[in-house]
Design a protein around this ligand. Structure first.
Ligand code: ATP
Length: 197
């Protein structure tokens, strides 16, 4: 049976930036994925700070950012679940939407790896999906021996950008630099909705 692979790419996307989009495209092409599914989280449980923009605004920004990309989709499963986001729930919910898929892999940046073993019901999660680690500039390379079996490490586009830097640029009125690392539709939405000011 040929693999019908779905890549799950979760994040706060507060806001989604060009680094996220380049990663999604790279995973779609390198892993020959049937679909990369961007899943904005409602309330990520391992993050001490709550996202700044509302779940609905973050979802809308992700939709705007990928609306013209083929095989990159957006799911609201985590936003609809009115509680803390656990990846095991995400994967289980997505299985209902992508019933024909026979491989699920969860994409994470290298900065997320140290916390991976603390993920809720992790033993169960590793039975449901594999992991694909995308290298992030500035984060140490990962020791694959510490990762679950079948984890793949992808070099990725190595774009040095983070959502927190972008929020800081906008807060300081530096819209020109923020616009360099955001899709045009997203910076337009941020300005119209007065986000991050
Ligand atoms: P923040 O600066 O607020 O922490 P972020 O830019 O890391 O935000 P998230 O939405 O938290 O964005 O990231 C979602 C996922 O994308 C995480 O697994 C993160 O490691 C990964 N990621 C984000 N930016 C990059 C990047 N430039 N290169 C590689 N991975 C990234």
């Amino acid at each position: 049976m040929s693999p019908r692979r779905v890549v799950v790419f979760g994040g706060t996307f507060d806001p989604i930036h060009n680094g996220h989009i380049a990663i999604a495209k790279c995973l779609r092409d390198e892993l020959e994925a049937e679909s990369v599914v961007m899943v904005p989280t409602r309330r990520p449980w391992l993050r001490s700070e709550a996202p700044i923009a509302s779940p609905e605004d973050r979802l809308r920004m992700v939709e705007l950012a990928v609306e013209n990309e083929c095989r990159i989709e957006v799911s609201n499963v985590d936003i609809l679940r009115d509680k803390t986001t656990y990846s095991i729930d995400t994967v289980n919910d997505l299985r209902e939407h992508y019933a024909a898929a026979n491989q699920f892999t969860f994409a994470i940046g290298t900065d997320t790896v140290p916390d991976l073993h603390r993920w809720h019901r992790f033993d169960e999660l590793v039975k449901e999906c594999t992991f694909t680690v995308v290298q992030r500039p500035g984060s140490p390379l990962v020791d694959t021996a510490s990762l679950p079996d079948a984890t793949q490490v992808v070099r990725g586009p190595m774009i040095k950008v983070s959502a927190s830097e972008i929020r800081s640029m906008i807060r300081h009125g530096d819209l020109a630099n923020a616009a360099n690392v955001l899709p045009e539709s997203v910076i337009r939405f941020i300005i119209e909705a007065s986000l991050y000011q």
